[in-house]
Design a protein around this ligand. Structure first.
Ligand SMILES: [Zn+2]
Length: 410
């Protein structure tokens, strides 16, 4: 099974990532790709292939989280008085540890929307080189922002730039660094006391320069947009994804434009719960109160965007790594049918990332798959329960799950 040349996954319910379901199906894998999805019972299992009888479990594409901050995950407790200081290199092991946790949670692809220094690039390349297990990673490298109070707080996560030419240079610097896409702060951030997340924080010319430079060089653009000022500029100038976007329920014309242009909304409901309640102790009261209002807005926008036909993607924007499906549970609690929320967490994420070969169970796709005990369409919370994650495959190879790291059949 470790080399996974030809494998048949039989006796499975298949959720295809596009909204389709096939009962009692068999999935045929060959050299890391899906080559067939066969409906119905009684298929003869080929004798020259490994067969995994999934006993009625559900197979779906691995989850894709398009809004993570890889360097924000800290596992180590604070240093106590008298303990030796920790060398910065320990961060590398912390990153690797988090990467493994994503796989255990069934998340096979993440899009990093801003990390300190070059941590996300480092982890991405280590995983690609096979130095540690982890999800496929796309990263923006540094976040492009106008000179703003957030630059003081977020330090090396930001590349501050002013004026269209400097913005263009900032984009080029991220591409030079190895960025897979570009992230731009079209408004300020809700987590910074001195930033007002309502107005646009860049000019139209600046944003247009960022998007033009990124698109010409084949990179998508993720726009952080809380207030309508920045969201409007980002949508009109053709950003590819809107991060947070919580105010959009007040602007049906913008939601219609997103649906028409195929601009993806990443609602990040969990982050508002975090600041408003779960981690409220860690934020000044003014930000906690703002987050409560924003949480209400975010749910209204989720429903309005779904009704308007805006493509959605899952963005947890929280921690710990591997618990990302909690965002999926919240999308369903917010009124999105489980079928559509699962599309957001699979194919929707692949679209947001521009990864055509991921997020579906269909011939030709890369076999990044999740096998779960139970039916997520009936109870989406099974995806947030690590004990129900039976098997996780990356390009056809078992990498995590309760069935064991090498899978049940060898
Ligand atoms: Zn974020």
């Amino acid at each position: 099974m470790t080399t996974a040349i030809r494998t048949w996954l039989t006796n499975a319910r298949v959720i295809d990532g596009r909204g389709g379901v096939t009962e009692r199906a068999a999935i045929e894998l060959d050299r890391g790709r899906i080559v067939g999805v066969h409906a119905g019972e009684g298929l003869p299992a080929p004798t020259d292939a490994t067969t995994l009888d999934l006993a009625g479990r559900t197979v779906m594409p691995g989850l894709i989280d398009v809004h993570v901050h890889l360097s924000s995950y800290e596992r180590l407790p604070p240093i106590l008085r008298g303990e030796a200081p920790r060398v910065p290199e320990l961060r590398v092991f912390e990153l690797a540890n988090g990467a493994r946790s994503f796989l255990a949670g069934g998340i096979t692809t993440v899009r990093d929307v801003g990390s300190e220094d070059d941590h996300a690039l480092l982890l991405r390349d280590a995983i690609r080189l096979g130095l540690c297990p982890g999800p496929r990673i796309l990263t923006c490298a540094r976040i492009v922002s106008a000179t703003a109070p957030g630059g003081v707080i977020f330090g090396s996560m930001y590349r501050e730039a002013d004026g269209p030419d400097d913005m263009r240079k900032a984009v080029r610097e991220q591409i030079r660094r190895g960025a897979d896409f570009i992230k731009i702060m079209s408004t300020g951030a809700r987590s910074v006391v001195y930033e007002d997340p309502e107005p646009a924080q860049v000019t139209r010319d600046e944003l247009a320069a960022v998007i033009d430079e990124a698109h010409r060089m084949g990179r998508k653009v993720a726009a952080h947009a809380e207030g309508l000022g920045g969201a409007r500029l980002a949508i009109e100038e053709g950003a590819d994804t809107i991060e947070h976007g919580l105010s959009l329920h007040r602007a049906p014309d913008l939601l219609d434009a997103m649906a028409t242009k195929g601009i993806v909304l990443v609602p990040t409901l969990t982050t508002f719960h975090d600041v408003a309640a779960i981690n409220a102790d860690h934020y000044p009261a003014v930000l906690v109160e703002q987050a409560k209002r924003q949480r209400d807005d975010a749910y209204l926008t989720l429903a309005a965007a779904h009704a308007a036909g805006v493509p959605l993607a899952l963005g947890f924007d929280s921690w710990p790594p591997g618990a990302d499906a909690l965002e999926l549970v919240r999308m369903v609690e917010g009124g999105i049918p489980a079928k559509d929320a699962i599309v957001a967490a699979t194919r929707g994420g692949a679209v947001a990332c521009g990864l055509d070969e991921l997020g579906v169970v269909a011939p030709g796709a890369i076999a990044d798959l999740l096998v779960v005990d139970g039916d997520p369409l009936a109870d989406v919370a099974v995806l947030a329960d690590p004990d129900r994650i039976h098997l996780v495959l990356q390009a056809g190879i078992p990498v995590a799950g309760t069935a064991g790291p090498l899978g049940p059949a060898r």
